[in-house]
Write a protein that binds this ligand. Structure first.
Ligand SMILES: [Zn+2]
Ligand SMILES: [Zn+2]
Length: 251
């Protein structure tokens, strides 16, 4: 469970099973070429999706090159501030549940970022209120969806700039509370190459709270699999960073 091979991972790659360009086998080949030991095929789902068994089967049946381990994941958006997710109830065989901040999880349901920005500009929704919904949603989802399946919070706070807000507006106190909740829930938090988030400061804060930081490219094409620049930069600034139980459990 240890060693460079299992430590080198990409926990967030899309294939033709959702909106990725390349077949799973092409992504797996690219992952092996990049020297990865662990690849998680993460595909978008919604409540009514029926392709979860196909995602699981594709990961299981893949003839992975050179000792690469391929696992199955689904990416689901937060729907509301209670942490409900836009995914089917039955996730049998899914190894990783990736929780995504694609829309603002308001008390009455998801709000598109452009609409959320308009509401915030108009003063109909407060900045702190919007940030509070997002934080509460992540915390509730992390606690609700453990149990035998890894939970990752992917590209955290990528939603904020889309709504005209920024990570700095979250506030230290709220960030610390969020980090401690992620830690107690055993959820891993992704450092995202595609969305260049979270910041190094937030990554450090998470690490200090005992949260496992994981690498995710959010690649939608094989040449982006395992190609990390931003992620390497962030993790280089986290003194004690090393893959933890989530990565080990998948390896
Ligand atoms: Zn996403
Ligand atoms: Zn994604």
């Amino acid at each position: 469970m240890t060693g460079a091979a299992t430590q080198a991972h990409d926990l967030h790659v899309h294939s033709t099973l959702s909106d990725g360009r390349d077949e799973p086998a092409v992504n797996a080949h690219a992952a092996a070429e990049a020297g990865l030991g662990l690849l998680v095929m993460v595909e978008h789902v919604r409540r009514e999706s029926t392709h979860v068994p196909a995602i699981v089967a594709a990961a299981r049946e893949l003839d992975a090159p050179g000792g690469l381990r391929v696992r199955a994941g689904v990416e689901a958006k937060l729907l509301d501030d209670r942490g409900h997710l836009d995914c089917p109830d039955d996730l049998t065989g899914v190894d990783v549940l990736a929780v995504a901040d694609h829309q603002l999880p308001s008390p009455v349901g998801p709000v598109r970022p452009d609409e959320a920005a308009r509401l915030i500009d108009a003063g109909d929704v407060g900045r702190a209120e919007a940030i509070g919904w997002l934080i509460d949603a992540m915390i509730a989802a992390a606690h609700a969806h453990g149990g035998g399946r890894a939970t990752t919070i992917v590209h955290p706070f990528s939603l904020l700039p889309k709504m005209g807000l920024s990570e700095e507006q979250i506030g230290e106190r709220t960030l610390r509370r969020w980090a401690l909740e992620m830690s107690s829930a055993g959820a891993a938090v992704e450092v995202s190459e595609r969305w260049t988030c979270p910041s190094q400061a937030v990554a450090r804060l998470l690490d200090q709270a005992g949260v496992e930081l994981v690498r995710g490219s959010d690649a939608h094409r094989s040449d982006h699999v395992g190609a990390f620049r931003y992620v390497d930069h962030v993790l280089a600034g986290v003194d004690s960073w090393a893959p933890g139980p989530v990565v080990a459990g998948l390896s």
